[in-house]
Design a protein around this ligand. Structure first.
Ligand code: AP5
Length: 219
């Protein structure tokens, strides 16, 4: 069983690394941002409630995201473990996660903090392109698709996320500093957090990550 939590500022590469690691370990990546975007696209009630917060770069209310996580981690494919990418992001979410896990007799195995400066992140996010169809993530410079504008995996159209515009990126960073950063200190004090230098190249970070988690087989 591996229950891994990825924390870090917007654009620190949590999603990129979580996808690679999930594939290696054969456990699901649970990205609350991806689930919320899917709900918005589907026009569901949750999506309608979340949309305005996401557009403004603010956190969606805790009760919505906690319920999403509660339901998702209870599914069959999470029995052997999962990677939570972008949750918890507030003290309330952290408390709820502890409760959800302890009810199922489980606990967090490792928290990974992706450490990076804001200036580095702005360039990353404005160059990000995401697939409309399957959600795969690219970067115009650091991780370009083989054919411009098209997803390598499914041929879907690539787009710039609305919240990746510069003024909204700055808001997301502010929100992170106020609401999520205190969690880093909380987990550091508890001695359960490992820090990764997220300013390095994608493959170097992945080596650090698998080394930290003592995973022997890195392709
Ligand atoms: P979410 O989608 O989770 O956004 P985020 O946390 O801001 O994180 P990002 O997806 O922007 O970045 P990432 O760290 O995954 O980086 P990535 O790998 O893509 O959340 C969106 C919104 O949903 C929130 O604002 C909020 O409204 C809501 N929400 C989500 N979770 C919530 C919660 N728990 N509570 C309340 N609300 C919530 O990489 C970024 C780019 O950089 C890509 O282009 C990538 O190719 C490139 N890249 C990655 N690594 C590297 C590298 N090492 N070098 C160069 N480029 C790299």
């Amino acid at each position: 069983m591996s229950i891994l939590i990825f924390l870090g500022p917007p654009g620190s590469g949590k999603g990129t690394q979580a996808k690679k690691l999930a594939e290696l370990l054969h456990i699901p990546q649970i990205a609350v941002g991806d689930i919320l975007r899917e709900e918005v696209r589907a026009g569901s009630e949750v999506g309608n409630q979340a949309q305005a917060f996401m557009k403004a770069g603010k956190l969606v209310p805790d009760e919505l995201t906690i319920e999403i996580v509660r339901q998702r981690v209870g599914r069959e494919d999470c029995r052997e473990g999962f990677i939570l990418d972008g949750f918890p992001r507030s003290e309330l979410q952290a408390d709820a996660l502890d409760q959800i896990l302890s009810k199922g007799g489980r606990k967090i195995d490792q928290l990974i903090y992706f450490k990076i400066a804001e200036e580095e992140v702005v360039g990353r996010l404005s160059g990000r392109r995401s697939c409309k169809n399957c959600g795969a993530v690219y970067h115009l410079k650091y991780n370009p698709p083989r054919t411009a504008g098209k997803c390598d995996l499914c041929g879907g159209e690539l787009y710039l996320r609305h919240d990746d515009e510069e003024n909204i990126i700055r808001n997301r960073f502010e929100v992170y500093e106020k609401q999520t950063r205190p969690l880093i200190d909380r987990y550091k004090k508890a001695g359960s957090l490992v820090e990764i230098d997220a300013a390095q190249a994608i493959d170097v970070i992945f080596k650090d990550l698998t080394g930290t988690l003592a995973i022997a087989k890195v392709p």
